[in-house]
Design a protein around this ligand. Sequence first.
Ligand code: HEC
Length: 613
Amino acid sequence: MKNGAPTLLSFLMIALTGVAAHAADGPAAPQGDARSQGASIWASRCSACHDHAQDRIPPKVLIATTRAPEDIIDTLTLGVMRPQATGLTADQIKSIAVYLTNKEPGPRASADANLCKAPADPKLTPHDWRSWGRDLTSSRYQPDGGLSAAQVPHLKLRWTFAFPGRAAFGQPAVVGDMVIAGGTGARVFALNAETGCTYWSFYAGALVRTGILVGKLTATQSADHIEHIAAWFGDDKGILHAVDARDGNELWSQRLDSHPIARLVGTPQLYSGVVYAPVSSFEEVAAADPKFPCCTFRGSLVAVRAGTGEVLWQSYTIRQPATAISGANGKTLTGPAGGSIFSAPTIDAKRDLIYVGSGDSYTSAESDSTDAILALRRSDGKRVWTRQVLRNDAWIMLCKGQSVGNCPAPLGPDFDFSSSPMLMHLRDKELLVAGAKSGTVYGFNALTHGDILWQRPLAVGSNNGAILWGPANDGERTYFATSEYSLERQEGPGVLYALNPLTGEILWRTPTPESPCGWGTKNCAHSLLAGVSMLPGVVFAGAMDGHERAYDAADGKILWDFDTGQRFDSVNGATGYGGAIDYGGQVIAHGMLFVISGSMRQPGNLLLAFGPE
Ligand code: HEC
């Protein structure tokens, strides 16, 4: 295994991040001597645990592929590995981060730079954007965002904020004059929406990948019997956090799943005093290591009391726990496993149901609940119906073309549902419209347990996701972003579509223009992976090429195009630089548009705030 590991590691790094080869576009390329210093510290201080990973100890490959160098430095200076780093200098700590990731840490502002003079005074208004989908139905539609379609072509950059990291994941929430954004390293920031000054930041202890959810806790709901405006978000260790939006103090935190490498990616949703949080895992990646005991994780939705974090129920996608099965090459594995939930749940208040989309399997033990839309009873999480669109889609990273180790046979295409199903009421119809990584959009009949009314293939599917983080709708039409991104070629086209939700008919399609990327020609893909958002008459979509664009909802004409892939002076002092837009995308509230730029695929550290001229 000694010889095999580095190959696997370097493969994984390129496969997952796609950025190792062009560090010159972001921070400088790492120095050889820093790497060898890091290697020797790793061997003496870290390897005893991490090269024999078990239980909660993440394997080296997992750290190397899912953590930015800045995250590793934070873990060793602020986080769980502080004791293991006792006595190491800042330089030695940096050398470990460079050794593990083969990347130089980027410029960073202090978390306390540019603090606001006055404390935050969060107030909920009907015009906020406080959850992933903005409403319970996951429309991602802002009916009254204080910004008209006529103003959109005149949007101007007001300020930028540079996160202390290189890959911005989550989606911000806007509440009154505050914007709360996480997603870089393990920190969540609350900023003033007008000026970008920092009200507070919160160190979560692990990468925060979910979007931010904000809502009210009444005195009867909260543990201290005081009313709070709270922000909820989840981290890469499967922990859900609730903080006070006024000062960033933690109200509670709760681990949602006992599985050692469970994580939270989908944004939680709030309804009637309960937070519903989706749970996913790293097993699909970790199992690429043939030594990893594959696989036991089952995706779930967990309901907790919003005020205390007390778990009310946990509803698993896969119905039964894993048991011993025989793998492709006679190896004993465990399964079924998988069925992660990566997206915010959708609430059907009328029927008291919750809809979620699930991901693939990790083993060839079949389940009826993977790559499916599930309807759960809100009161207790009991399954009401299950609509699977692809059977036996078992996938583990790096298994293409081989049936070694944990690789399932046959290997599936990894066609997860990774975005929220949208609930739509049209005439006498009630529909769920959802797109999968396969590139196909489905119309499900919500009145008849999810019968498939229509399906429309829009793009060639892949494990990168032909439809990834989510569509929007304005109550009449749906708008889907598609991607044919190829990791190997680090390029690929994207198209924005408008569909009739009753039939799946294509109303218009606009291919992403082949605009140059601010960082150069490498890794300049025009795919659309990020979530789409809307105002009346306008669709916003961010692209892998770093451009944020506004489209006319009537005909798909591009109304506005801003290149975020450049360097900017940030309000908090550090150099800001934009990269690919490929996750949460943009939110609109109170006359402003907020965009996150920078991802694991093309680094960047920006939150950009736009307002009309
Ligand atoms: C005694 C065993 C042990 C040693 C020695 C050790 N670690 Fe860890 N490490 C762990 C465990 C256990 C976790 C998971 C902790 C958790 O999830 O709460 C972890 C987690 C981590 C993480 C991931 C944290 C995150 O963000 O999720 C990093 C990075 C890490 N260790 C780096 C190191 C480095 C670098 C060293 C050497 C300086 C080191 N570790 C030494 C046991 C160890």
